[in-house]
Design a protein around this ligand. Sequence first.
Ligand code: AMP
Length: 282
Amino acid sequence: MEIFRTVEQLRQWSRAQRCDGGEGIALVPTMGALHAGHASLIRAAAEARPGRVAVSIFVNPTQFGPNEDFSKYPRMFNADCALAEREGATAIFAPSVEEMYPAGAATFVDVDGLSDRLDGKSRPGHFRGVATVVVKLLIAGEPDLAFFGQKDAAQVAVLRRMVEDLRLGAKIVVCPIVREADGLALSSRNTYLSAEERKQALVLSKAVRRVEELVASGERESAVLMEAARGMFGAEPAVRMDYIELVDWETLLPVLSATHGTLFAVAAWVGKTRLIDNTIIG
Ligand code: AMP
């Protein structure tokens, strides 16, 4: 497995891969601290493009707010490389902040409207940072497939819009949420949770499951579904709800009733840790 530190190295490697048969590489963008959720993305990428999978590991400063956890975000490069290689990665792209944001960097990508919804509402500037770093990664790596997790469903909506608007040519592949046995969605931030918070955090996946059950039993009205989810949070006073929403997965705008493809998403603070979870109504 090769490790690249510069955009030029990644680009040269990607172009060399493409030469032999025309098919390009698969890219899996991550911030590192890799877990089984990331592993599932890397495996899916390796199945689609065996031997041509780049995993980027970059804690992107522009997607963190001033009071967020950029400096304490978990960094474990060697363990990440081992996991990525085990799952079928053939290249790691781990640039410095200066490589991704040259001195004086002044170019950013704003996905109007979408960027201010769901997590974008609670984390102003977050999706601007995400869109900017992902466009840089797609331009650098020239993948024809880019893998993302449904775990960050609003991020997927923002990136799909951006890829379409900029005609970037990479296809976005979305992989299902990987969960712990008790339902908690895997997240690099779960390592912040104390034992007590870890228990309280289950309210997110429970709310998601409750909504899935209600939908399965025929309930479609957003107000009823959201009220049921809100009720579950009421039983867990230590958890501070950020949002509960039923939205169109393309526009992230609220819907009155859930239909096929509607996104039900929740975000909440457990202690100082902000967690998210969701389901797509199917
Ligand atoms: P991150 O390193 O948190 O930026 O995540 C990198 C990619 O992994 C994103 O596309 C995430 O949506 C995805 N991901 C994170 N957690 C999970 C999970 N539990 N299941 C599936 N994908 C995930």
